[in-house]
Design a protein around this ligand. Sequence first.
Ligand code: SF4
Ligand code: SF4
Length: 367
Amino acid sequence: MEKALIESSRNIAIHIAILWVPNMRILKMQPKFLDKFLESLEKFGALYGPVHRNGVMKYDRIESVSELDLSGHQLPMIPVKKLFNPKQFTMLHFNEKGFYPDYSMIEKRVIIGVHPCEIHGVLRLDEIFLNDPADPYYAGLRDNSAIIGFSCWPTESSLCKSAGTDIVDEGFDLFFMNLNEFYLVWVGSSRGYDMIHEREEFFEQEVSHEDMRKYIEWRNKRNEVFKLEIDFGSMPDIMELSHNSEVWDYFAEKCLSCGQCTMVCPTCNCYNVSDVFDVTNETTGRRERTWDSCMFVDYSLVAGGHNFRESRADRLKLWYTHKLKTFGSEYGRPGCIGCGRCVDTCPVDINVVTVSQALISGEVPKE
Ligand code: SF4
Ligand code: SF4
């Protein structure tokens, strides 16, 4: 009983904290207005969101809001990072006189249905790409994209509660909390206010104590669903102590160096650039930027043929040290936002859960 009271007071405290975030406001909307409201957002840019295409859930441009899957029960396979740091694009064109940046991919967009952990992922990328000097491609895409967050429900692989990313209080223009009977809608930016003003008649200004109680109940129920847990707070020390652990060799034996874990991880951001010359004129061409992966054997290959991380164990150690230790030392928050994609994706069961469990126990997993 005492524990329940403490938990309940904590939830109320968190809720009040959310309400008191400067410039943030909370409204209420009936579900029957949702589609019409989302359609009205076309005025702010091309609409994107989670859709099912060829059997895969992905973030994509939509023609109609009826295409969207806003149930919150599944995450798109490739995170929303691909809309800010595209998998491949042309950075610039060059000729004998100089070079000309290509910003043609930057357009006004509204990205609907972004889960809280994904918004935290974008905030982590901001730390990297918007630090002085800012990456103009990322900055352009970020400035021109509105984010409409939606609440979600944990999957078998979700770790967001452990990572503290199951709620979000910044990084969105609007955030819709789906409580089935109604939505609570947080407004997080002046662009969010402009969106609300488009269809003010859909929103109720008063949120009652009873509405709040339903929200807290929903959160308590959701908190019981999580199956996986990681003590992220202790991982930096565990990583420090595990440099020579046999655990790395165990996982290295299994790893296929396929790089899938890095492609699906919302905070992975490595890329490569290459110049592509025109076949008819060797002085003109374009510079392409493409995602890269520190799991690939040639990632750390440098001139002269030296490879800093030729072994798979070293590459795995780099990835997990970055996620669980060094990103936090630099930016104050772990490099893992707990989305669970590595859990769902790695074909040989190497992921943030299996690796951290093995490192904490100091023993290789039993086959
Ligand atoms: S850890 Fe898994 S997903 Fe990542 S490179 Fe190795 S086999 Fe591929
Ligand atoms: S390490 Fe795994 S769970 Fe963490 S953010 Fe990356 S893909 Fe998601």
